[in-house]
Design a protein around this ligand. Structure first.
Ligand code: HEC
Length: 181
């Protein structure tokens, strides 16, 4: 009799031990004192955990630029904005990577403007696109070239989304080179 009881006890212990381990893998493990692991306060760069629609979001402080985003371009897409950029803006790059500048120009601009910047790109010579000027015939500056890349001009579309800020300035330098040679 004693042996039977002992066996039952052993069985019960085993069953408890086994079933207690048989928790679904999908369910989270028990977590004691979750506040130890999951902060209830604000994460430095996190979203507001208590955000509800209508509540004021934590927007970046005025005059700051969030990490990884581009420097804002403040000139407007108007003739006045063009003139202002033309006189004020200077190429901020201190190092021009001539090879990369040329290859970016070849990819994005040469089809219209031609490899020499004379307005004789493939699209021009095949008469798919008309009115493309030679850079030499235009009074252009660093700023005006950058502005035109940002917003386009008349028949030329904006190329802002194809090039990063740094790449645009590389291309600006290359256009200046074509204009002056
Ligand atoms: C689809 C054809 C096309 C492509 C591609 C193109 N352009 Fe143009 N571009 C034009 C035309 C057309 C004009 C003339 C716009 C006008 O003044 O009416 C022009 C004008 C310009 C001017 C002179 C603007 C001024 O202020 O007088 C510059 C500088 C210029 N483009 C630079 C570029 C650069 C840099 C790229 C490449 C990132 C590029 N373009 C790509 C068609 C193109």
């Amino acid at each position: 009799m004693k042996k039977v009881i002992k066996n039952i006890i052993v069985l019960v212990v085993m069953v408890v031990a086994l079933t207690s381990c048989d928790r679904s893998k999908r369910a989270p493990n028990l977590q004691y004192m979750p506040n130890m692991y999951e902060p209830v306060g604000y994460e430095t760069y996190g979203d507001n955990p208590n955000y509800t629609p209508g509540m004021e979001e934590r927007l970046p402080v005025d005059g700051t630029i969030s990490r990884g985003s581009e420097f804002p371009y403040d000139y407007e897409n108007t003739p006045e904005g063009y003139e202002l950029a033309k006189t004020e803006l200077k190429n901020p790059l201190t190092e021009i990577d001539a090879e990369r500048a040329k290859s970016l120009y070849t990819i994005y601009c040469a089809s219209c403007h031609g490899s020499k910047g004379d307005g004789q790109g493939t699209l021009a010579t095949r008469e798919k696109f008309l009115g493309i000027p030679a850079y030499k015939d235009r009074e252009i500056t660093d700023g005006s070239i950058y502005h035109v890349i940002m917003f386009g001009k008349n028949m030329m579309g904006s190329h802002a989304s194809q090039l990063t800020e740094e790449e645009r300035w590389q291309v600006v330098a290359y256009v200046q080179e074509l204009k002056n040679n």
